[in-house]
Write a protein that binds this ligand. Structure first.
Ligand code: NAD
Length: 486
C-alpha cells in the first residue's frame, strides 16, 4: 500500500520544504492526510529566477530532445500509475479506477504534445529575388500557470505539456486541496532528466502567488483553469502588462434530447456521465432540454440510474462516485437545490445530504425547474442535473444559448438535419452528438463567451505557447539606397 507523499515545492530542479504548511484533507473522511507547503516570497523569487535560467537552456534544446524528455516522464507516470492514482483518490475523493483513468489521460496530453513539439513549423513566403521572408515560431518564454483541484494530475498536465513541448519554462501553482497529482508530475520530470528550472511547482495562497507572478516582466503567458470570476480577475491583472492569457473557465453544459432517440438509453447514459467526478467537471452535462414527447421516459430512466449510483469512499471497490472535493461544493449544491425547490422545481432523486463524515452529496435530479431558479444560471460544479421539457428544437437551442457560458454542449439525435443544427447553432467551443465525451488530447478544447479564451490540446493548443516572428532577409546590401517606401 502507498502512503500519501510528503509534498514539497519544486524549484530550480530541487525539492524544498516551506516554513508554513496547511492541512491536506481526505474529503471522504474529513481527516488530515498530509501537509501543503506554502510558498513564501523568497520561494517565488527563486522560482522566477530558476524559470528564466531554465528557459535559456530549454529553448536551445532541440524539439526532438524535448519530446524525448516528455515521453520519458510520461512513461514513468504510466509505470507509477498505482501510486499516483492512490494519492489522487486520497486527496480528491474520486474512485480509484477514475483516478487511474485520469493518470492515463494526463499521460496522453504529454504524449500528444511531445509529438506537436516536433511540428511547430514555420514557412518561407514567396518573395522578390534577393530577399526572403520567413515566418517562424518561437517559445513565448516563462509561463505562469494555475491549475484547479477537480483533476489533480491531468489539469496541471495539460499546461505543463503545452509549455514544455513548445520550449517554454513554467511556474505552476497547483491546487491547494490536491497537491500530490502535480507533485508526481514534477517527480517524473525530475527523474526523466528535465533540466533544472524548466518546471517549477509551487503551492500556497492563490491570490498572493498570482499577484506576485503575473506582473513580472519575465512572465510571458498566464494560463489558468478555474472559475470565470477568478479568470476575469487574472486577465485584468495580465492586461496591465499586455501579457497574453489562456483561460479555461466555467461551463453550464446544455444537453438537447430530441424525440428520435431511445429515452431510456439516453437517460441512463446521461445520469452515469453526470456522476463522473461527482459532477465537478467544467464540461459536466447539467441543463437537459428534453423534447416533451419523451420527457417522462427520459427523466424517469435518468432518475432511476442516478439513484442507483453507488456513492462512497473512492478507495472502496465498487464505488461509482466519491465525495465532493471540498466543503464549499457541498454548501453550494445544497443552496442551489433549496433555492430551486422553493421556486417550484420537482426533486426526482437526491437532494438530501447524508449524515456522517466527509463531503458527500448524492446525484440530484431536478425537473421542471423554473427559469428564475439560480441553478438555471449558476454553474453547480457538482452532481446536480436539471431536466426541463421543450416543445421544439428551436426552443431547446434558444435555451442552450441563453447563458453567458459556452464550453461544452451535447445533443442526442440520429437525425442528420437536427444534428447539423445543434452543431452549427449552439454556442460552445465543443459540441458532442450522441456522446457525452467532450475533450481528448488530439482535438482542441476550450470555450467561447465567458467560458474562456484559447484552446488546449489538438494542433491549436501549442499556439499559445509560441509567438510568431517574421524575418526578412536580403542577401546583399543595396548599393544606392533611395529614400522611398509607402
Ligand atoms: P474559486 O473560484 O475560489 O477557485 C477556483 C480555482 O482558482 C482554484 O483552483 C483556486 O486555487 C484558484 N484561484 C482562486 N483565486 C485565485 C487567485 N486570486 N489567483 C490564482 N488562482 C486563484 O472556487 P472553488 O471553490 O475552488 O471552485 C469552484 C468554482 O471553480 C466552480 O464553480 C467552477 O466554476 C470553478 N472551477 C472550474 C474548473 C474547470 O475545470 N474549469 C475547475 C475547478 C473549479
Amino acid at each position: 500500500m502507498f502512503s500519501y507523499p510528503d509534498v514539497q515545492l519544486y524549484i530550480g530542479g530541487a525539492w524544498r520544504k516551506a516554513a508554513e504548511t496547511l492541512p491536506v484533507v481526505n474529503p471522504a473522511t474529513g481527516g488530515e492526510i498530509g501537509r501543503l507547503p506554502v510558498a513564501g516570497r523568497q520561494d517565488l523569487e527563486d522560482a522566477l529566477q530558476a524559470a528564466e535560467a531554465g528557459f535559456r537552456v530549454w529553448r536551445a534544446t532541440s524539439p526532438r530532445a524535448r519530446a524525448e524528455v516528455i515521453l520519458r516522464a510520461a512513461a514513468l507516470m504510466r509505470a507509477r500509475i498505482d501510486e499516483i492514482a492512490h494519492a489522487i483518490t486520497l486527496e480528491h475523493g474520486k474512485p480509484l479506477p477514475q483516478a487511474r483513468m485520469e493518470v492515463i489521460r494526463g499521460c496522453e496530453f504529454f504524449e500528444w504534445d511531445a509529438g506537436e513539439a516536433q511540428r511547430l513549423y514555420g514557412r518561407v513566403v514567396p518573395s522578390a529575388p534577393g530577399i526572403r521572408y520567413m515566418v517562424i515560431q518561437q517559445p513565448v518564454g516563462t509561463v505562469a500557470a494555475f491549475s484547479p483541484w477537480n483533476f489533480p494530475m491531468s489539469q496541471p498536465a495539460r499546461k505543463i505539456a503545452g509549455a514544455l513541448a513548445a520550449g517554454c519554462s513554467i511556474i505552476i501553482k497547483a491546487a491547494e486541496e490536491t497537491p500530490a497529482g502535480a507533485m508526481h508530475i514534477a517527480r517524473a520530470f525530475h527523474d526523466a532528466g528535465l533540466p533544472a528550472g524548466v518546471l517549477n511547482l509551487v503551492f500556497g495562497h492563490p491570490a498572493e502567488i498570482s499577484s506576485f507572478l503575473i506582473p513580472q516582466p519575465q512572465v510571458r503567458l498566464v494560463a489558468f483553469t478555474g472559475s470565470t470570476s477568478v479568470g476575469i480577475h487574472l486577465t485584468e491583472m495580465a492586461s496591465r502588462s499586455m501579457t497574453p492569457v489562456l483561460m479555461e473557465l466555467g461551463g453550464h453544459a446544455p444537453v438537447i434530447v430530441c424525440d428520435d432517440v431511445d429515452p431510456v438509453a439516453a437517460g441512463r447514459m446521461s445520469a452515469a456521465r453526470k456522476a463522473r467526478n461527482a459532477g465537478q467537471v467544467c464540461t459536466s452535462p447539467t441543463r437537459f432540454f428534453v423534447d416533451e414527447a419523451l420527457f417522462d421516459a427520459y427523466a424517469s430512466a435518468f432518475a432511476e440510474r442516478a439513484a442507483a449510483v453507488r456513492m462512497g469512499d473512492g478507495m472502496a471497490s465498487g464505488t461509482e462516485m466519491g465525495p465532493l472535493a471540498n466543503h464549499r461544493r457541498v454548501e453550494a449544491i445544497e443552496a442551489l437545490v433549496e433555492d430551486a425547490r422553493a421556486k417550484g422545481a420537482r426533486v426526482l432523486t437526491g437532494g438530501v445530504r447524508p449524515n456522517g463524515p466527509g463531503y458527500f452529496y448524492p446525484v440530484t435530479v431536478l425537473a421542471d425547474v423554473p427559469e428564475d431558479a439560480r441553478v438555471m444560471r449558476e454553474e453547480p460544479f457538482g452532481p446536480l442535473a436539471v431536466i426541463n421539457r421543450v416543445a421544439s428544437l428551436d426552443a431547446a437551442i434558444r435555451a442552450a444559448n441563453a447563458l453567458p457560458f459556452g464550453l461544452a454542449a451535447y445533443g442526442f439525435t440520429h437525425d442528420a438535419a437536427r444534428a447539423e443544427r445543434i452543431m452549427m447553432e449552439v454556442e460552445a467551443g465543443n459540441i458532442s452528438i450522441n456522446t457525452l465525451e467532450a475533450s481528448v488530447a488530439e482535438v482542441p478544447f476550450g470555450g467561447v463567451k465567458a467560458s474562456g479564451q484559447g484552446r488546449e490540446g489538438g494542433m491549436e493548443g501549442m499556439q499559445h505557447y509560441v509567438e510568431v516572428k517574421t524575418i526578412s532577409h536580403r542577401m546583399e546590401l543595396e548599393s544606392d539606397p533611395k529614400v522611398s517606401g509607402a
